[in-house]
Design a binder for this molecule. Sequence first.
Ligand code: ADP
Ligand code: MG
Length: 267
Amino acid sequence: MASAAAQSEPDQRARPSASDTAGAGQSGVRGSPKSRAMIRLTGVTKIYRMGEIELRALDRIDLSIAEGELVAIMGPSGSGKSTMMNILGCLDIPTDGVYELDGIDVGRRSDNELAAIRNTKIGFVFQSFNLIARTNAQRNVELPLVYAGIHDRAKRARGALEKVGLANRAKHLPNELSGGQQQRVAIARALVTDPAMLLADEPTGNLDTVSSMEIMKLLVELNDSGRTVVLITHEEDIARFAKRIIRLRDGQLVSDEAQEERSGFES
Ligand code: ADP
Ligand code: MG
């Protein structure tokens, strides 16, 4: 936390303990009260400068997301969703403010350190799947393990494909799979490093309704087994699967609501 009061607390208060609440001391922040913060944004601001013009893509965002949450970030085009995704994913750093991911102050890290944080802490899922076309499902899933220098890749990749229900498609090329199956391979690839959180940017944006529902059920299942999931979407039907919806407008956080009843499955 950035406040002078927090910093002047005695040492034993300086490090959050496992029993700390996610949004301790921050009003209006709802999270699972028993979990620690996976994501903590304090006054996060992103300014794009183009010559004389300054554009405030994110404006003093305070936000805490606890371990094990399933959160949707929504907002109209231009509201700052992609900018938020880039910052949460350690692809970019804030102009101002502090981003802590799993207790690490991301803004103070070098590019190499950021890459290492990305590889170990975050599993990315993109709208366009981003699979390598000439490489089968299993090899696609193994790829992050290659970058991370992890052995035992084939076994782990098969395990991840099993989790998404595609063990029997391991040798298929992306173009031999449906869109929904390709996205499941992409989710297996995101899971294979056992990341602290899944960060999904419009994961159903290229899918038909049936496949979209399958992908959302899978993300909910993964979340039910404890994985933190942050989902960026502009579709209300997709956001309904989340336990909490955060809305951005013009770079500002305009609402943050827990959904008592997830209605995604009833439709
Ligand atoms: P969204 O994903 O919600 O559509 P973005 O985060 O892409 O919103 O954009 C937020 C604002 O920041 C928009 O006004 C956009 O034009 C601007 N913006 C985004 N990326 C850049 C950039 N690299 N340089 C300058 N302006 C940008
Ligand atoms: Mg965008």
